[in-house]
Design a binder for this molecule. Structure first.
Ligand code: FES
Length: 372
């Protein structure tokens, strides 16, 4: 047997060895498949919101056969898909426009992230007329008239204002009907995203009240300092629903404040597009990814999620939210030890070795089964 044939046999044996685990098609898989369709869009306009934030107006790219965009619900997000340096990457961005315009136009608003791969490309390189590939709208964040109370308080920090703008427009445009108070924390007046739109909504829409608090300066017309109990207290009614979106620190402080108001956990919803985890030691391990008809051997690092390692190896691993909530990246762990950081995996799924690579950090050599 020559060398090539021996290698071929070795590949076939590895695929066979790891391919006999049956993955049943679950409700989640069907849901994932139904949202799998991508949309092609073109950038119609780029708006400079602040020194480090831009909005992108996206319209259907008819040259690529996207004639209409999928309707969305205020609070939902899209996953932007890019191919950068031989790697497939995705990033989730909330839609910040009114759902009323959704068939013809989306708006996403992106803030620069230090060393951020996609955000920096979007802010520095992308221009009007460029094409982008995005997912259909996804996510359950946003007002639900069956679940939520009529008095809604939204707590936003920095670019966390984006889904709430869409929610405010949905009220203004008559799509949703409830009272929305947004308390929006930013460092300085110059950091306020959608400044003019906030002023217009406050003037024109009785059911929307947006208060801005500046944490690093005092200015007339704004609250001062981080969000406190006394800032929220005037807007608390007998029954309330709370939404939160922003940096991690906001969730911690707010949970303490909300506990003082006795607001039940089921009435508090939050959106988060980042996870944080620092291992004690940074180690490099072998990562073997078994695909439907092939396998790839690469490396993974203990301070990077397995999704990132697969993307770096050029594997088109599916992903949407990247924070363990949508279930889209669900795969099977065939071998190895992982650290999962926040995941919506059900107990039965975990017992059957399913896991979410987007929130899984390796703690040994890893073998994954990915059905692509
Ligand atoms: S990408 Fe959503 S759970 Fe992993």
């Amino acid at each position: 047997m020559n060398k090539i044939e021996a290698l071929k046999n070795e590949r076939q044996n590895i695929i066979k060895e790891y391919s006999n685990k049956k993955i049943p098609d679950t409700y989640l898989d069907k849901l994932s498949k139904s949202i799998n369709n991508i949309q092609y869009v073109k950038i119609k306009e780029i708006i400079e919101e602040t020194k480090d934030t831009k909005s992108f107006i996206l319209t259907p790219d008819e040259e690529k056969s996207t004639y209409k965009l999928e309707p969305f619900k205020a609070g939902q997000y899209i996953s932007l898909k890019m191919f950068i340096d031989d790697a497939y990457v995705t990033r989730a961005y909330s839609l910040s426009s009114s759902p009323k315009k959704s068939l013809n136009e989306y708006r996403i608003t992106i803030k620069r992230v230090e060393n951020g791969l996609v955000s920096n490309i979007m802010l520095d390189e992308v221009k009007v007329g460029d094409g982008l590939t995005i997912s259909k709208p996804i996510g359950g964040f946003g007002y639900n008239k069956i679940r939520d109370e009529k008095n809604v308080i939204a707590i936003a920090g920095g670019s966390g204002i984006t889904p709430f703008m869409s929610m405010a427009y949905a009220i203004y445009d008559g799509i949703d009907d409830y009272n929305l108070t947004i308390i929006y924390s930013v460092r300085t007046e110059a950091d306020i995203i959608f400044k003019k739109e906030i002023e217009t909504l406050n003037k024109k829409c009785k059911k929307v009240n947006i208060l801005v608090t500046l944490t690093r300066e005092e200015k007339e017309g704004y609250l001062t300092g981080h969000i406190t109990k006394s800032m929220i207290e005037p807007y608390i009614k007998e029954f309330n629903t709370i939404f939160m979106c922003g940096p991690k620190e906001i969730y911690k402080t707010m949970n303490e404040i909300l506990a003082e108001f006795n607001i039940p956990k089921k009435s508090v919803h939050f959106e988060n597009f980042s996870i944080e985890y620092t291992p004690n030691m940074i180690e490099t391990y072998d990562l073997k990814v078994i695909l439907k008809n092939d396998f790839i051997i690469t490396k993974c690092k203990s301070d990077e999620t397995l999704l990132v390692s697969m993307e770096k190896a050029g594997i088109k691993a599916p992903s949407m939210c990247r924070v363990g909530t949508c279930g889209y990246c669900r795969s099977i762990l065939l071998d190895g030890k992982i650290k999962m950081v926040g995941s919506s995996l059900k107990k039965a799924e975990a017992e059957n070795d399913y896991f979410h690579p987007c929130v899984a950090y390796p703690e040994s050599d890893i073998v994954i089964r990915l059905d692509i």
